[in-house]
Design a protein around this ligand. Sequence first.
Ligand code: SAH
Length: 218
Amino acid sequence: MRKYEDTYQHKGLRKQLVSLLREKGITDENVLQAINNIARHYFLDPVFDKTAYEDRAFPIGEGQTISQPYTVAYQTQLLQIKKQEKVLEIGTGSVYQSTVLAEMGAWVFTIERQKKLFNTYKDFYFKKKYPNIKFFYGDGFEGLLTFGPFDKILITAAAPHIPPKLVAQLKPGGMMVLPVDEGESQRMLRITKLEDGTFQEESFDLFSFVPMLTGRNG
Ligand code: SAH
């Protein structure tokens, strides 16, 4: 049985990570606080116990990764999360990003297309602490029609285009943050749905994500 411990050393490493994220330009205090509060090493294999607080992505199985902390912070900051908002996340992976959103007080609906990852991570360590995360096995391109519309939508895999069904599931005034493919890397976009149903698009930095794939796998 794995023994989970959040030691002073882990907490110290987390503080250093938060300082680094500040230096890299993250300013949303609620995002930084959430990252400071969450034991990221609990989401990773024990071999990454200390390296968990380096600012890098790690393998989580099935060819997938837990996103780099800077990427998690960057996407979350762009979303301007407020307490009680309904947030749809595409790409549950390790549940780390979902936990950051839940720690900030959002209601999180997260979809994973890989059955094995879904089964492994839906029973993650902090399940009882965050009843505001709901897990779904399915294809993120479809969204969650019966649970929408959402205040915010976050895609954590490289999207080939802006998925139209997801735009449709945004509330008026709602926002979607997603990395869209530009060949080698992806451009971070923020889509804001206006009251008249049209949307406004803003573009930000380049990132590198695993691909968003169609259909379920399992
Ligand atoms: N948010 C995750 C990052 C996971 S990496 C974390 O914090 O750990 C991206 C994830 O998106 C992978 O688990 C991959 O299987 C999933 N994914 C890719 N395409 C998808 C789709 N169409 N629908 C749902 N999940 C998808």
